[in-house]
Design a protein around this ligand. Structure first.
Ligand code: ADP
Ligand code: MG
Length: 587
């Protein structure tokens, strides 16, 4: 048997060390008690944690684990203030590897409840001991033998029975219970290899079996997250990210499924949230919230968890690096979502059952389509279409059949049909191309034969003067003519067919709000997006079949092509199975 077990492990922290620990009361409601108790079980290496609560945790909170237990000799110290087995001194505080480290939780909880702790470090159940407090008799501790399997059970009854002022702030059972569940969700997400069960008023309400990370996320998030997420995985010497993030089209009205963990600890952090948002930038529909569980592992010496007594906040040694790393991890994963992959998993929100689809269609079906417009294509394009049908299996988005109402492209694919929002798709493609050439610093500029003079406001004219070198980078040569006019001398070659005046006006209205002379650099994405949107094929412009096919091929090759710059989907796939169901075929 482990020798360590017979020694005391918990120590009283020195005053110097104790004074360095972020001070403050953390026990304000049942959920904060539960958080501390579960954290203790996890720190003790438990693989199973059973939680029982009554009346939203107000009457009873009981947490039982199968962790390493507490020595008989340590029971007293476990309840003492400033006593912990997790850190010894100031140095340890600089690289905390456990969830707890303040040595305060059991002391504060036991002071405001009818408290009992039973524990056993041995395999033999009869070797367990319990400790209770008699608050009436000057907080005297009673320790007595009490059978218990290896592990610990903490029972907290009648929270705040002796501090009515605090009890007054408790909400309804239901509200308190919701908060308890949220705490369990966070802790359970971070510890998939630990099973959790939750009983409320005698009924089991949650049961998370041991599993791997994605199994646990799937249970906690529920719904169709698992079929609508992608994995992120990125390594650097002192940092790594792992996790699952929802597809850009799988969003929620509330930011209620967003979880970030630093070294297994759930944290709230504006900077990290911002980084993730940016990773999703311009693929999420405005006002919608992405869904994610992201685990950032970082050298403990590079992150300070001793910021707030609730331990929910952290400070990074190098927050800029952390931000850019996280942003990069997310955006790289999103870039990697290919058309082929989206099709193979079935379109978001739908389950496509694997079936025996023909990979080739009879040409009759294709050719029998009669579009309402003349511009269905020349004889040559018809041939191209037929030729295309022969290799349907190889082009994920299939071959264009025609344009519907001048807005959508209808295409036949190996497994069904695809409907493309022409404008949305084109906008994304133009945008990605512009970003690419902008980053590579080779936006081709095309001089105008005759400079185009445009009336502007004085503020706009001044802006042009300030940012003209930056505009050059975009391929735009614009000069200030006077307080009320600018002249455009060159525009990006990519936008050569565009209405110059409209382009410049759109651009100004986009950037005038930003109030920075580094506008283009800092707001690159917004500016390019505005230009792309302006330029892209407007609804009702008719396309030839070969133009449509070219667009389909472009979508397949373009990063993030599943959504336009505003996060709207660019295409939808409907499988033959789904069509058959629609028409009640084969039933
Ligand atoms: P901290 O977790 O910050 O050390 P606590 O007051 O939460 O402080 O716990 C005090 C000590 O009691 C811990 O350091 C640990 O040694 C011991 N302890 C508490 N709960 C458990 C548990 N469930 N299993 C094993 N040891 C525990
Ligand atoms: Mg603790």
């Amino acid at each position: 048997m482990n020798k360590e077990i017979f020694e005391t492990k918990i120590r009283q922290l020195s005053r110097e060390t104790y004074n360095l620990i972020s001070a403050g009361e953390i026990v304000d409601r049942p959920c904060s008690v539960l958080k501390e108790l579960i954290e203790n079980s996890l720190d003790a290496g438990a693989s199973r944690i059973d939680i029982e609560v009554e009346s939203g945790g107000k009457h009873l909170l009981r947490v039982r684990d199968n962790g390493e237990g507490i020595n008989r000799e340590d029971l007293r110290l476990a309840l003492a203030s400033h006593a912990t087995s997790k850190i010894r001194n100031h140095d340890d505080l600089l690289s905390v590897r456990t969830l707890g480290f303040r040595g305060e939780a059991l002391a504060s909880i036991s002071a405001v409840s009818r408290f009992a702790l039973t524990s056993n470090v041995h395999e033999e159940p009869t070797e367990g001991f319990s400790v209770k407090i008699n608050q009436v008799a000057k907080n005297e501790l009673f320790i007595e033998p009490s059978p218990h399997y290896r592990g610990t059970t903490v029972e907290v009854r009648d929270l705040f029975f002796n501090t009515p002022a605090r009890k007054k702030f408790l909400r309804t059972d239901r509200t308190e219970f919701q908060k308890l569940e949220e705490v369990i969700r966070r802790l359970a997400l971070a510890s998939p290899f630990v099973s959790f069960s939750l009983f409320h008023n005698g009924k089991i309400v949650r049961d998370f079996p041991k599993g791997n990370s994605i199994d646990r996320i799937a249970i906690v998030f529920g719904g169709s997250f698992q079929s609508n997420c992608i994995e992120i995985e990125e390594d650097r010497s002192e940092m790594r990210t792992r996790g699952w993030i929802g597809l850009p089209t799988f969003t929620r009205g509330q930011p209620d499924q967003q979880f970030i963990f630093i070294n297994g600890r759930f944290v709230r952090d504006k900077m990290l949230n911002h980084a993730i948002r940016q990773g999703y930038s311009d693929v999420i529909y405005q006002g919608r919230n992405p869904v994610f569980a992201i685990f950032l592992d970082i050298d403990p010496e590079l992150v300070d968890v001793n910021v707030h007594p609730s331990k929910n906040e952290v400070r990074f040694r190098n927050s800029r690096d952390t931000h850019s790393f996280l942003k990069y991890s997310v955006s790289k994963a999103i870039e990697g979502i290919s058309v082929r992959e989206t099709l193979s998993r079935g379109f978001p929100g739908r389950i496509t059952s694997p079936s025996s689809f023909p990979t080739q269609f009879d040409f009759g079906r294709v050719n029998s389509w009669q579009g309402p417009r003349e511009d269905r294509g020349t004889a040559h394009q018809e041939n191209e279409l037929v030729k295309g049908v022969g290799v349907l299996g190889s082009e994920p988005l299939g071959y264009a059949i025609g344009q519907i109402h001048g807005i959508y492209i209808l295409s036949q694919t190996a497994k069904g049909i695809v409907i493309v929002d022409t404008h949305a798709a084109h906008e994304r493609i133009t945008y990605e191309r512009m970003k690419k050439s902008f980053v590579e610093d080779r936006v081709k500029s095309q001089p105008l034969l005759v400079p185009h003079s445009i009336p502007v406001t004085e503020a706009e004219a001044n802006l042009v003067e300030d940012i003209s070198p930056e505009l050059q980078k975009l391929g735009l040569s614009i000069r200030r003519n006077g307080p009320g006019s600018v002249s455009v001398e060159a525009i990006p070659a990519m936008l050569s067919k565009t209405n110059v005046e409209q382009l410049v006006k759109d651009l100004f209205s986009e950037i005038i709000e930003f109030e920075s002379s580094k506008i283009i650099e800092e707001y690159q994405d917004e500016v390019l997006s505005s230009m792309a949107c302006h330029f892209s094929i407007r609804a009702n412009r008719s396309l030839t079949i070969s133009e449509m096919n070219a667009l389909l091929r472009d979508i397949e090759e373009t990063e993030r092509s599943g959504q336009c710059n505003h996060g709207r989907p660019t295409w939808h796939h409907i499988t033959l199975d789904e069509l058959d169901t629609m028409f009640l075929r084969g039933r």
